[in-house]
Design a protein around this ligand. Structure first.
Ligand code: SF4
Length: 363
């Protein structure tokens, strides 16, 4: 059983972060923020597949102006991502964003940061302090050289102290690096000494496959150590992919019930069916399923059911056609491979329905 570090609880809009609440999935739009329709359309489609908080880049005054409409039309809380200009942070807060993300190191002037704090306090807007190895203060870089994770932690702690001295604690923190080990070490160290909620991510993780691997190792490792309250998988890919990967990470570390887990065999010379094609078909078909069932797609009926013994339901090719199995036992034999998917889908729908009924009874 996973033991989670219980951090302070804050809210981004109506979404609770920290304090033992479920780990929240975030993503970021890649539309031009000034294009309200495209941005809202993207937010809505990301929310439909499981994104719970969205971050929007605010690079200029025109983007600030459009925020109000975006927030009004967004089904999920909106965080404004501000880089260097403190006036954009202040403008975004006044437009009603639910949170802002700043790297105080980029803004530099303490007076300007204080102005952001004052307005965020007035509007009850949460702030993420996002420290990043790329923009770490030169003194800390020189101080820690080979142990840059300690520089990230010291930087975050210094900023927190400044925010606290200015009577502001509505904070969450991220300590990102594109290096997985540095990121892990930084979050672990920070978690030992602070109770502020943590936003996890591997920055500039890369294109879809390597980025997924880096993020899964970094975020997955930390979550399994009980660290982390919200996550974003950063990919050089459409943001929908970020949400899908984030959901898979959370499902596989056993932290959230976010629908089914699909397992499939790598195929070998024993296969009686095109497993690659079948697994992709089943993956698509599962998009409507809400229950946390484990679904298997296996190449042969000889080894498939045994290898996927822990699957709630599975499908395997056979010389005669195919089989559907449940918990390793043959449940139905199908003569024609063309009928396999149709029958399988029927049984998955039944399982999903049973789960929903059970869930309704327990609520
Ligand atoms: S289930 Fe059958 S086809 Fe798939 S890897 Fe195992 S033995 Fe090979």
């Amino acid at each position: 059983m996973l033991t989670r570090k219980i951090t302070k609880k804050i809210y981004v809009g109506n979404v609770a972060i920290g304090g033992g609440e479920p780990v929240v999935i975030q993503s970021m739009t890649n539309t031009i923020t000034q294009d309200i329709n495209s941005t809202v359309r993207q937010i809505r489609s990301l929310a439909r597949i499981g994104c719970e908080i969205i971050r929007v880049a605010v690079p200029d005054e025109d983007s600030v102006v459009t925020l109000k409409e975006i927030i009004k039309k967004s089904p999920i809380p909106v965080i404004a991502d501000i880089h260097f200009d403190y006036k954009l942070a202040i403008g975004a807060i006044k437009q009603g964003v639910h949170g802002i993300r700043i790297n105080p190191g980029n803004i530099k002037s303490k007076d300007k940061i204080r102005e952001i704090i004052n307005i965020a306090r007035e509007f009850n807007t949460s702030i993420r302090i996002g420290v990043n190895s790329g923009s770490l203060d030169i003194d800390l870089k020189n101080k820690y050289k080979q142990n840059i994770h300690l520089g990230l932690v010291e930087s975050a702690i210094n900023y927190i102290k400044f925010f606290e001295d200015n009577n502001f604690t509505n904070l969450k923190v991220s300590l990102k690096s594109s290096d997985v080990i540095t990121t892990i070490l930084a979050y672990e160290k920070f978690s030992e000494i602070s109770d502020y909620p943590l936003h996890l991510g591997i920055t500039e993780a890369g294109t879809e496959l390597p980025g997924t691997i880096r993020s899964s190792i970094g975020i997955g490792y930390l979550l399994l150590k009980g660290i982390g309250d919200t996550i974003r998988v950063s990919l050089t890919a459409p943001p929908a992919k970020e949400v899908i990967v984030a959901k898979e990470i959370l499902k596989n570390v056993g932290m959230r019930n976010l629908g089914p887990i699909l397992i499939s065999c790598p195929t070998c010379a024993r296969r009686d069916i095109d497993v690659i094609l079948l697994a992709h078909k089943v993956e698509k078909l599962l998009s409507f399923v809400k229950s946390p069932i484990k679904v298997a797609v296996m190449g042969c009926a000889v080894n498939g059911p045994g290898e996927a013994m822990d699957a709630d339901i599975g499908i395997a090719g056979s010389k005669e056609g195919g089989i559907i199995f449940k918990k390793g036992r043959v449940f139905k034999k199908i003569k024609q491979q063309e009928d396999l998917i149709k029958e399988f889908l029927k049984e998955i729908k039944n399982l999903d329905k049973e789960w929903r009924i059970k869930k309704e009874k327990t609520v």
